[in-house]
Design a protein around this ligand. Structure first.
Ligand code: G3I
Length: 359
């Protein structure tokens, strides 16, 4: 080949390569992230993970995988009330600010989790005595302080987490917010969050919609009631701590139903259990991995089926199997994430890539 032609061809292929890479990195869904070349950061909607500052600090591979694959992160624990609230009107944001700093350095979105939950309420709150009005003021003040501190750094919040039981009824037992304020605590929380950060996208976050139509309908009914009252709410989180036995149609219908009112939809805590009996001597097999791969594909396809402006994204509940809550805090031997304890792509990752394909 003549030199001139060779140089021209090199320039042409070079520019084609450039376009292929950067063109697809603009998120066109037809160019799939492939493990060799690209990562989930080039996907058509954000993928993320629940992050712990402790592992960011101490584990280089953890930090590198998160930075390589995620365009969005959620604090697994350090933005919860027990992690921030040291007493009435006393806040400690140090650990949460480490998450913000990591996100800033890696150009990631931060999703806040969670302003109001029946769990992780500090001892001082449990011992606090006051009237309903006192608790309303306390709740509003806490949300103002926390959402205000992260204003401009946290783009979205799980304002209220897990307010419903599996039978669709409101969670009363163990729920100090309901017991002291009543059902109105939910709308009070959303209004306070919107007042503290009018730009933040506000979500209601729940588990179980994919396996319980009763619960899914109850969540969507609650959303309708809040929208009816003109409560500032922008999205629904389906935690989707799901498992290898889930029915694909039921999973996809839950996501479809969540999107039916036009709210943004976040699959907010995705992991896929395969140790169905919680056996202490469980072994994650090739068969487990392939069943898990299908569920990761279904969840991705469900997000892809939504209108683009409603695809808030998919957040895995963790980064690597090694530190998954299932193992660390539940003590259940299982490998629930798409990234192994060796920080490698599991078949579930390939299932996600397959789910990203335009149908
Ligand atoms: O950080 C402290 C450490 O300083 C202390 O020495 C240690 C003593 O036990 O506790 C550590 O805090 C733990 C925290 O995770 C951070 O690692 C808490 O004990 C532990 O209870 C907490 O568990 C978290 C759990 O929520 C309760 O907040 C899990 O990591 C987290 O994966 C789990 O996530 C929840 C979502 O928020 C809501 N949806 C369900 C999901 C799974 O339960």
């Amino acid at each position: 080949m003549e030199i001139k032609t060779a140089i021209y061809a090199a320039i042409l292929t070079g520019s084609l390569a450039f376009l292929t890479y950067f063109g697809s990195s603009c998120g066109s869904s037809k160019d799939l992230p492939t493990p060799e070349k690209q990562t989930l950061r080039e996907a058509v909607f954000p993928f993320g993970g629940a992050i712990s500052p402790e592992f960011l600090k101490n584990d280089t591979q953890y930090r590198e995988l998160a930075a390589r694959e995620f365009s969005s992160i959620t604090a697994e624990y350090v933005m919860k009330m027990t992690a921030i609230s040291r007493g009435k009107d006393v806040y400690d944001f140090a650990a949460a600010d480490e998450i913000i700093d990591f996100a800033r350095k890696n150009k990631m979105r931060v999703h806040g989790h969670t302003l109001v939950w029946y769990r992780e309420t500090p001892e001082w709150l449990k011992n606090y005595t006051g009237t309903r009005e006192d608790f309303i003021m306390l709740l509003e003040k806490y949300i103002k302080a926390v959402a205000g501190h992260f204003k401009g750094k946290v783009v979205s919040w799980d304002v209220v987490n897990e307010a419903l039981l599996d039978d669709g009824s409101i969670r009363i037992e163990e729920n100090i917010w309901y017991q002291k304020i009543g059902l109105e605590y939910i709308e009070i929380a959303f209004r306070a969050a919107h007042k503290a950060d009018p730009d933040a996208l506000l979500f209601y976050n729940e588990y179980g919609q994919e396996y319980s139509k009763v619960k899914s309908d109850a969540v969507n009914k609650l959303m309708d009631e809040l929208i009816e009252k003109r409560v500032p709410i922008h999205g629904i989180g389906l935690q989707m701590h799901t498992n290898a036995n889930i029915n694909d149609l039921q999973l996809k219908q839950a996501v479809r139903d969540a999107g039916a009112k036009g709210l943004k939809v976040h699959i907010s805590e995705l992991d896929v259990q395969t140790n169905m009996e919680n056996n202490s001597d469980y072994v994650f097999t090739e068969e487990s991995a392939l069943k898990q791969k299908e569920v990761y594909r279904w969840a991705t396809e469900a997000m892809m089926e939504l209108p683009a402006n409603q695809r808030f994204g998919i957040t895995f509940w963790g980064v690597t199997d090694q530190y998954s809550w299932r193992w660390l805090y539940e003590g259940i031997p299982d490998k629930v994430l798409p990234f192994s304890e060796k920080y490698e792509h599991k078949p579930g990752y390939k299932g996600i890539l397959e789910g990203l394909k335009e149908k």
